[in-house]
Ligand binder design. Structure first.
Ligand SMILES: C[S@@+](CC[C@H](N)C(=O)[O-])C[C@H]1O[C@@H](n2cnc3c(N)ncnc32)[C@H](O)[C@@H]1O
Length: 232
C-alpha cells in the first residue's frame, strides 16, 4: 500500500530542487557556523536537543521518511530552533550531490535500521565503504557518533572503523553503553524502557589524516529508486 505524502511547507524544510550542487549552507543559514549532519533523524527529537544545546552550530537533519521529516520540522518550529534544516533525502545521495568533502564538524547516526536477518545484513547503511565515505566529509578532528540497539551491528561498525585508516576511537572501549550528555532519541528511549542497552561509538577523524582522491561512491544497486518508492 502506498502511503500518503504530506507536503511539507515548513521554512525549516529544504527541497533538493531549490539547492545548488553542492549546496551553499552559509547562505542557507545566514552564517558560517560549523555544520553537523544527522542521518536518519526520525521524528527529530535528537536533533532538537542537539540544536538547543549547541546554538553556535548549524545542523542538517535528513531522513527518507516523509512523515518523520514533517514531524521534525514541526518540532523545530515549535521550539524556535533556527539552526536546523531538514531534508527528505537518502544519505549517500545527499553526500555526493550536496555536500563538499571536509565540510562536516560532526555526523550522528542513531539506531539505523538494523536489518537483523542474515540474508538482509548487506542492506545495513553503515558498512566499511560508507565509513570511508563519511571520513571524506568530516573535517579534520570532526566527530562521528553511532548508536544502535543491536549489539552485533555496533560490534560490526567498531570492527569496520578499526580497519578504516583515519578514524580514532574517543572512548576507552570500542563500544560503550553510555556517552555522558549525549541526547536520547525516540528509538533509544524505547529500547531503554524495555531494558535493552544502547551501544554507542564515538570516533574522530585524525587531524593529520589526508583523504586521498574522491569520496568512494556506494555500489549498492538502485538505492535511490528503492527509497523513493518505498518510503512515505
Ligand atoms: C530505526 S529509525 C531511527 C530513527 C531515529 N534516529 C531514532 O533513533 O529515533 C531509522 C531511520 O533512518 C531512516 N533511514 C534509513 N535509511 C536511510 C538512508 N539511507 N538515508 C536517510 N535516512 C535513512 C529511516 O527512514 C528511519 O527514519
Amino acid at each position: 500500500m502506498t502511503q500518503s505524502m504530506i507536503e511539507i511547507k515548513s521554512p525549516y524544510f529544504l527541497r533538493e530542487e531549490d539547492l545548488s550542487s553542492p549546496a551553499d549552507f552559509s547562505t542557507i543559514f545566514g552564517n558560517k557556523n560549523p555544520l553537523a549532519l544527522e542521518i536518519g533523524c526520525g521524528i527529530g527529537d535528537f536533533i532538537a536537543q542537539m540544536a538547543a544545546t549547541f546554538p553556535e552550530r548549524n545542523f542538517l537533519a535528513i531522513d527518507i521518511y516523509n512523515k518523520g521529516c514533517n514531524k521534525t520540522c514541526n518540532r523545530l518550529e515549535h521550539k524556535g530552533l533556527t539552526n536546523v534544516r531538514v531534508m527528505r533525502i537518502e544519505a549517500r545521495y545527499l553526500l555526493s550531490r550536496f555536500l563538499t568533502p571536509g565540510c562536516l564538524t560532526a555526523i550522528y547516526i542513531n539506531c539505523p535500521d538494523p536489518w537483523p536477518k542474515k540474508r538482509h545484513l548487506k542492506r545495513r547503511l553503515v558498512n566499511e565503504l560508507f565509513l570511508q565515505t563519511l571520513l571524506h566529509y568530516l573535517q579534520p578532528d570532526g566527530e562521528l557518533f553511532f548508536s544502535s540497539d543491536v549489539a552485533d551491528y555496533a560490534d560490526a561498525v567498531a570492527a569496520h572503523l578499526d580497519r578504516v585508516d583515519g578514524f580514532e576511537n574517543q572512548l576507552s572501549t570500542p563500544v560503550s553503553h553510555n556517552i555522558p550528555g549525549y541526547p536520547l532519541s525516540k528509538y533509544m528511549r524505547r529500547f531503554l524502557a524495555q531494558g535493552q542497552p544502547i551501544h554507542f561509538l564515538h570516533h574522530r577523524r585524525n587531524r593529520q589524516h589526508v583523504c586521498e582522491g574522491a569520496p568512494p561512491q556506494s555500489t549498492q544497486r538502485g538505492f535511490r529508486m528503492d527509497w523513493s518508492a518505498n518510503h512515505g
